[in-house]
Design a protein around this ligand. Structure first.
Ligand SMILES: [Zn+2]
Length: 254
């Protein structure tokens, strides 16, 4: 069986001054799936792969991007990713998302920067569409979607815009990611069978959009042991955490 590896590119919350924001790379052999894609994703990938693997990897090694939701701290690198793939790699990008998540991807996020392309000064711009740059693969709440070595399940979370959590199976191992969510015991139950779980957390006592740390700290020990916390504020006390925190540029073998 090939090794399944997770390399976090960014672990900070939306307002972090010390980290990059949420981005994970899940790898089987040479195939890397990005989970979320904030700016500056190419720099993040270079730095994380040097730290985790000892040599830099570029975006040509990323076979797809699975998108949890369109908040900027998760999705602000998608335009750069698509343009780099188009002009730098001369191919189309492949992105995966549930339709609820991607419904406003073009009209609400990307079309202002990508919808017209003027190739000569003063010339008439050509209209562009998302599928000029990207092959979108829809994810499904009812069944896993196969993509290369990855089998991807998604499930809606409790967040301020449409968002999905993921369970991703590869080479006999399962990785699960809460994405952004308010505290949701049924989501934790859905994530629990995985071999490694990354869960978001906030130090707020109460939140309608993120999961207060104290709920996760109260989980049974065997669940906490295979969970890593991410999306934490910069002042989070890592040393006294009841659950290990996720580190940028580390390589986790799942
Ligand atoms: Zn969010």
């Amino acid at each position: 069986m090939p090794e399944v590896r997770l390399i976090p590119l960014g672990v900070g919350d939306a307002f972090t001054a010390r980290h990059y924001t949420t981005c994970l790379a899940l790898g089987v052999d040479d195939s890397w799936l990005l989970i979320d894609c904030p700016h500056p994703v190419r720099k993040m990938w270079r730095e994380a792969s040097i730290a985790a693997l000892g040599s830099p990897l570029d975006l040509d090694r990323v076979v797809g991007v699975a998108i949890t939701h369109l908040h900027a701290d998760h999705a602000s690198g998608l335009e750069d990713f698509a343009y780099f793939t188009h002009f730098g790699l001369r191919r189309r990008a492949t992105w995966l998302a549930h339709h609820d998540v991607s419904a406003r991807l073009w009209d609400g996020l990307l079309s202002a920067g990508m919808g017209r392309m003027r190739n000569t000064p003063g010339g008439a711009p050509t209209r562009k569409r998302l599928d000029d740059y990207v092959d979108m693969i829809p994810l499904d709440f009812a069944r896993p979607v196969e993509f290369g070595p990855f089998s991807i399940e998604c499930r809606p979370t409790m967040h301020s815009i449409p968002t999905t959590a993921f369970r991703i199976r590869a080479a006999g191992r399962t990785f699960a990611f809460s994405a952004d969510s308010a505290h949701d015991p049924s989501l934790i139950e859905w994530l629990a069978p995985a071999d490694l779980i990354v869960h978001e957390a906030t130090t707020l006592e109460q939140s309608n959009v993120h999961t207060p740390y104290h709920h996760l700290a109260a989980l049974p020990e065997e669940l906490r042991a295979k969970m890593r916390l991410s999306h934490l504020p910069d002042d989070f006390d890592h040393e006294s955490s009841a659950i290990e925190t996720l580190r940028e540029g580390r390589c986790y073998v799942i």
